[in-house]
Design a protein around this ligand. Structure first.
Ligand code: CO
Length: 181
């Protein structure tokens, strides 16, 4: 028996978070196991969305659930936002890769996506409200764009110490990994 797939969260500023994710080549059992493990980690972390780079994978996969109800699970594979419409609004966002950091981000009200389900069925849908907000946040991850890039200069200043602490922790993880190699 193989071990169930288990991911851990990739935290800022790990380099994979800055890479542009690439399309998944096959809609197979590996992909479905990846999607399931991403949902599991998202729920464990009390998140409403998670993108593959946040589990260390440079793949265009995102999962979300705005309500936490099983029927509201949404997995978008090889996803593209094809249109964004509506009045931009400010809303406070968090990110599992930036624990404890929240900032208001301006985004358009609606987005239209083209994607595939984990089984390879084409999806074309328009989202608005909170779901649209989550989709746009997670989609940023696939383009290597992060909360820190979207926040105002004032918020960046306000979170300066917390951001620096994440950088320091990353550096100390990287140097202890180098020592044990
Ligand atoms: Co995020």
């Amino acid at each position: 028996m193989t071990e169930p797939l288990q991911f851990h969260l990739t935290l800022y500023p790990e380099p994979v978070l800055r890479k542009v994710a690439v399309d998944v080549p096959a809609f197979d059992d590996d992909l479905r196991a990846t999607v399931r493990a991403m949902f599991d980690l998202m729920y464990q972390s009390n998140g409403v969305g998670l993108a593959a780079p946040q589990v260390g994978l440079q793949k265009r996969i995102l999962v979300l659930n705005a309500t936490g109800k099983p029927e509201d699970e949404l997995a978008l594979v090889n996803v593209t936002i094809v249109d964004r419409t509506g009045e931009p609004s400010l809303y406070e966002e968090g990110c599992l890769s930036f624990p404890g950091i929240y900032a208001e981000v301006k985004r358009p009200e609606r987005c239209r996506v083209k994607a595939f389900s984990p089984d390879g069925a084409p999806i074309e849908r328009e989202f608005d409200g909170f779901v649209s907000r989550i989709v746009q946040h997670e989609y940023d991850h696939l383009e290597g764009v992060l909360l820190v890039d979207r926040m105002s200069a004032a918020d960046k200043q306000r979170h300066k110490a917390a951001l620096q602490e994440l950088v320091d922790r990353y550096r100390s993880r990287a140097s202890s990994a180098a020592r044990t190699r």
